[in-house]
Design a protein around this ligand. Structure first.
Ligand code: ARG
Length: 407
């Protein structure tokens, strides 16, 4: 089917705003609306229920996709290989889900002949940028609109519209927070959290239990093959299962709670609470295995690449050429990241206490201070002589010119 100007594809969550947006976009633009709901492991309602609701709210077609494995394999695993933590803390939960949702939006737009893609984001956040940049990076011919931002669909209007048109959606239930969640974690913002002094209350958390009162410590062994978790305690797992299993076990120990103020792409600072037990535990384990398997300079340079990768992905560049080049670098570093990591999950932390690998660079005979030492200590003397040469010369100059260090 060729693209025509009269259809809009809408990213649909099944909630109030996007349910109202179906009819609202229709009225405001005179075009038919096709909804797209993507399962990235957010839990909650069945996709079929969401599909039916979209049709009941006036969508001409309702596309649903179970993208859980796709999300885990192609989005979470690259984030894990990159140990990606924006501003040193945030595992990019929402930032990595937008590109996969955008991919399905474009797919549906092609399938149903739409030339415009709509999403439910406001005009203040990162997600509008991520959706639109991802969409036009895959389909430069697409237009993007946001009913909230561009068509004046405020919350009050949404409630009034839903009641007037008898839409099959709850209008009275008002969540105190804005929440986005998927298998990689959960993001909670707005409401009383906007006051930076307010500590998060218990009801903020769903993926994690309170780490103040942990159950008995839980020891887990994660096996990685080339940077990907492939078994937990000896049981083979897919990436999706690995994340789910660690969400459950690390979540029970309160691992992965994050309370931070972050810098959005649009220049606003915002208070965010995250919980990402599986992601945080996996990154901890993956880093530990890399510490044994990556060559020193490669590891040091990768660290810089990881920060740049995280910033790029946070800032809506998932499908950019630079991101692809970085992925190639990161992929190459993972060649020998194979082995077992043992961790204790307890009291809000995932602590590594054992590593085993056949592809590591740790050499017991070089490292040991016991018998069996094969390191020739006499070679260090000459090494230090040359290594310290430049600083020694500079210090001698200071002394000569009376700018000595003062002792
Ligand atoms: N600030 C985070 C990000 O930009 C999370 C945004 C998710 N949205 C939400 N409604 N909590 O990736």
């Amino acid at each position: 089917m060729s693209a025509s100007k009269d259809r809009v594809v809408l990213a649909y969550s099944g909630g109030l705003d996007t349910s109202v947006a179906i009819g609202w976009i229709g009225e405001q633009t005179g075009r038919e609306v096709i909804t797209v709901a993507v399962d990235v492991g957010q839990g909650g309602e069945d996709l079929e229920v969401i599909r039916q609701r979209a049709l009941d709210c006036g969508a001409v077609e309702a596309y649903v996709a179970d993208a859980r494995d796709e999300f885990a394999n192609e989005y979470c695993m690259p984030a894990l290989k990159a140990n990606a933590l924006y501003e040193g803390k945030y595992p990019l939960v929402s930032a990595i889900s937008r590109p996969v949702i955008a991919k399905h939006l474009v797919k549906a737009a092609r399938q149903f002949g739409a030339s415009t893609v709509a999403h439910g984001c406001t005009g203040k956040g990162n997600d509008q940028v991520r959706f639109e940049v991802a969409i036009t990076s895959m389909a430069p011919d697409m237009d993007c609109i946001s009913p909230v931002r561009d068509l004046a669909l405020t919350r009050d209007v949404a409630i009034e519209y839903a009641e007037k048109h008898n839409l099959p959606i709850e209008t009275t239930k008002h969540n105190p927070f804005s929440i986005d969640q998927n298998v990689w974690g959960r993001a909670i913002e707005t409401g009383f959290l906007e006051d930076l002094w307010n500590a998060p209350t218990k009801d903020v958390y769903v993926y994690t239990d309170d780490p103040t009162y942990p159950p008995l410590p839980d020891e887990v062994v994660v096996h990685f093959e080339q940077g990907i978790p492939t078994a937990i305690d000896g049981q083979p797992v897919t990436p999706l299962q690995a994340i789910q299993e660690l969400n459950r076990r690390a979540g029970a120990q309160g691992v992965g709670r994050i309370d931070m103020v972050e810098d959005r792409l649009v220049g606003i600072k915002s208070r965010e609470i995250y919980e990402a037990p599986g992601a945080v535990a996996l990154i901890e384990a993956h880093q530990a295995l890399e510490s044994v398997t990556l060559e020193r300079m490669q590891r040091r340079y990768k660290k810089q690449m990881e920060q740049a990768w995280g910033e790029l992905v946070y800032e809506a560049q998932w499908y950019s050429p630079l991101k692809k080049s970085m992925d190639a670098f990161i992929e190459d570093t993972q060649k020998y990241v194979t082995g077992d990591i043992r961790m204790v999950l307890h009291g809000g932390r995932a602590v590594v206490n054992g590593r085993k690998t056949d592809t590591g660079l740790y050499d017991f005979n070089l490292a040991t201070y016991e018998t069996g030492d094969t390191f020739d200590q006499s070679s260090s003397r000459g090494f230090i002589e040359i290594y310290g040469m430049q600083s020694k010369l500079a210090a001698a100059r200071d002394v000569r010119l009376g700018n000595g260090v003062g002792f």
